[in-house]
Design a protein around this ligand. Sequence first.
Ligand SMILES: Cc1ncc(COP(=O)(O)O)c(C=O)c1O
Length: 441
Amino acid sequence: MEAKELYDNILKLMKEHHNWFNNSIPLIASENIPSPAVREAVVSDFGNRYAEGWPGERVYAGCTYIDQVENICNELAKKVFRSEFADCRATSGVVANLAIYSAFSNPGDYMIASSIPSGGHISHGKKEHSGTAGLVHGLTIEHFPFSKEEMTIDTDMTKKKIETMANEGKSPKIAMFGGSLFLFPHPVKELSDFLHSYNIYVNYDGAHVAGLIAGNQFQDPLREGADSMTMSSHKTLWGPQGGIIVSLEKYGESIKKAIFPGNTSSHHLHHVAGKAIALSEIIEFGEEYAKQVIKNAKMLAYSLANYGFNVLGEKRGYTESHQLAVNISKYGDGGNIEKDLEKCNIILNRQLLPGDIKEGRNYLHPSGIRIGVPEVTRLGMKENEMHEIATFIKKIVIDKQDGSKILHDVIEFRKRFQKVQYAFDNETSAYEYIQLVNRDK
Ligand SMILES: Cc1ncc(COP(=O)(O)O)c(C=O)c1O
């Protein structure tokens, strides 16, 4: 294809993507829909500039307005997360974690974190799995013991494991709480003092649950003893893609150096502006949103369980977060079910569940699916809609009904939810394609 044909094709494909999402039920737990104002920040000229360093101490000219926005962003992050220090320059959640590894450990040190089937993220992972902690920073990873019954880290077993590691001269430098499959709070309060008594730095990866923490509806890691919290800015926190770190003041200088020059050069200033806008929206609407997210996740879990699905965490009411996990192995595997649902415009992802690796499964064909409600909640859906979504899923997965009829019904259902809610401005439709060039002339 000629360059111009490719150019036209790219623009056409982006438009088609918008149209598809406008007709879909987006249930990926790590995604959200930003407000039109956040999208405006992302296409602004901030995205074409450099501002290496800290506001007021840049090594580039042209930062007069950028500095003001970045200062506002850091102040908003401190307010939202009730922290002494904030740095909004990490370009992603992975970069935020990498900055913590760089600041508080050396290659060859140990870190304790959750395994991937127990909810850990690949950025906490071992070198042999190409995990960031192992591969990029040379950490040796040990896993938190996990209780399948409680669907969270086992406190007593963790204490025993740390004691054993210390006796063997392998005491971890960092304990990494938080994760990607994250139904219930982690025992930060129960373990922080114990971990500190072994000089272990405690980080909480709130990539998934930052918006719930901001809305005061999940645990509160910095009050529970975590030294810092890393996060993505675009999951339950509804900003543009990026990362944020908040911490105690005494760790601020080390984190600043680890972000720049340690792990970033350009820190994507359009995204800093978008993060600032998203944080201002959180102050106004965050609590109401977070409450509805959790109500929706619980309702979806109960509706699916009533239809006979094996929803994890039954003993504890399935979930206290924005997501739920379903062991789908009775009907196929997570990979195939994900595809069947996608054909009907229901978009979610396959998920490794605790025990999967031991049973010989892998990430392509795991036993589970993970379902998240941050985006559908931002579109204004409430408990009744969660029941409708559960019914669509049942018809596809259990009843194996005709997909074309369900696809039609899903598209009709979505027509009722066109705007981003919990925002100062929502005139522009949620998935409207922002076209800057008139190509129809
Ligand atoms: C727990 C956790 N940490 C870090 C990340 C990485 O975030 P990002 O994609 O912003 O780099 C994710 C992404 O899903 C995550 O789930």
